[in-house]
Write a protein that binds this ligand. Sequence first.
Ligand code: 5AD
Ligand code: SF4
Length: 471
Amino acid sequence: MKKISNRKIFIQTMGCQMNVYDSEQIFRQMSLSGYEPTDSIDEADIIICNTCSIREKAEQKAFSFLGRLAALKAVNPGLIIAMGGCVAQQEGYGVLRRLPHVDLVFGTHAISRLPDLVSSIKRRRCRLVDVEQAESIGPDDFLAKPGGNSEVTAFVTIMRGCDNYCSYCVVPYVRGRESSRHPDEVIQEIEKLVSQGVREVTLLGQNVNSYGKKEGLSSFSELLEKINKINGLERIRFTTSHPKDLSDELMKAFTRLEKLCNHIHLPVQSGSDRVLKRMNRRYTREAYLKKIEALRTLRPDVAITSDIIVGFPGESDEDFQQTLSLVHEVGFDGLFAFMYSDRPNAPAARYREKVAEQEKKRRLQQLLSVQSQYTLDSNRALEGSVKPILVEGTGKDKENRQSGRGLIWKGRTTCNKIVHFKTPDMQKDDNQILTGRVMDIMINRALPHCLWGEPVHMPSKVVKGAVCHAS
Ligand code: 5AD
Ligand code: SF4
């Protein structure tokens, strides 16, 4: 294929939402030097793999993706291959030794220096590593989204790093000390996104509840209050919250701020006090349950999801039973469950009494099977109700081809459940018409991972970009 420019960039994003946001930042920085995105790896002049090291599996995936690129580099020696993100931060020069075809390794704080690093590599035909970490967030660390394509939802990083040092976790070592962005910058970024069509923002941080504390900026609740006032913004979400820092003030925000979505992700990690202590989580099972009760008293229909690790070193069967009993007691709306894996630098890697892989798998399956009933029950509880759905767009092309006549749409309830509905009279060309609207949908079918419904009524006059509240 004939190339139009020699400035095409392909970014492979692995891991969490934080990385999705960072990949956007990588692209924004590179576009300042004239780079354009490409979906085709063969057409790219730079391939960047933005990695995640939170669990061993994610790290293995990154190495195997980059390993496969050796063949491409062999036929195209001018191709620049880079590893960014947490694995890069953690492994540094080790990546260059392990993968001789990789040209650049850049850490979690080096994104703003990326264009300079790439031009040095081009000029000097060298290989570079930049894993320097900064104490605070600099003026060039986050670039606003340029004009153009309008998505409905967007992530906005409000803080970076983590000071909590949970004993299993690599984040404080690869993402550095906690530091928060100035509220004015956050507000400006969201206002710009809204002017470009964004209707919902998810505020990102490892522990958003401690936003601004260190720097003496506004508290997280105050920030939410300011964001709640932004005209044109429909919904606010945030992730992740540490249970020990979930303040009364923040819980009350759920009753006061009408744009704040009816969902909180509150990772518990374990239901056993003994394990929680060894994880250095700094709360007890009882304290966690009390916070859940307080939240539900303030907002009875709040959806609560969580993360749990099974097979933490020394986790006995009794400890695991405690976790299962907590899951029964809370009845989470959704759960992410992980098998513990050793992470470099994290203290738990040095703990003895490792749980056998087979046993970890068994516990994971048992936990997921207990949870699946609660997830389904919480979906079924919505059957027969009418919920406002923010429409994010149409389903995948394949789904729409299979659906025959009409279009399948996808959106979310405020409690973060995915909802699909069909518009039999719409054609492919109409695939933007409802995007960005809040529509009332009658939920008529609950499946394990999504809901199906139908519009209570279609907007009489469909004006692109307008927000429609069907009554
Ligand atoms: N092993 C397994 N799971 C982990 N997590 C973090 N570190 C580890 C680890 N070493 C999980 C936690 C966290 C989620 C993002 O990943 O549950 O909340
Ligand atoms: Fe890791 Fe704990 Fe920080 Fe979350 S709060 S990022 S689990 S150290």
